[in-house]
Design a protein. Structure first.
Length: 90
């Protein structure tokens, strides 16, 4: 079990990105949160198996022609033991 802070760049706001990521992660039993940033990027905290998290990001890249992930950066952070579900934050 790992937890990552992920920062997405590209065409990631105004295209259903957060809701798609929440749907994918919920189905894959990945917990965490996703939030738009004021600089046009999207940040997420994703907790689960590393392979599942990478798979979720790959699925997101191919789920919509409007979502264009130009780059993303991942940083491992501390696990939240009692986290349940995946939420969109504002």
């Amino acid at each position: 079990m790992k937890r990552y802070y992920v920062l997405f760049e590209g065409q990631v706001q105004g295209v259903g990105f957060r809701w798609r990521l929440m749907d994918i992660c919920s189905k894959m039993h990945i917990t965490g949160t996703v939030k738009n940033r004021s600089d046009g990027r999207v940040e997420a905290y994703m907790q689960g198996e590393s392979a599942d998290i990478l798979s979720a990001i790959d699925r997101l890249r191919h789920t919509s022609p409007w979502i264009i992930i130009e780059d993303y950066h991942m940083k491992e952070v501390d696990i939240i033991a009692d986290e349940r579900g995946f939420d969109v934050r504002y």
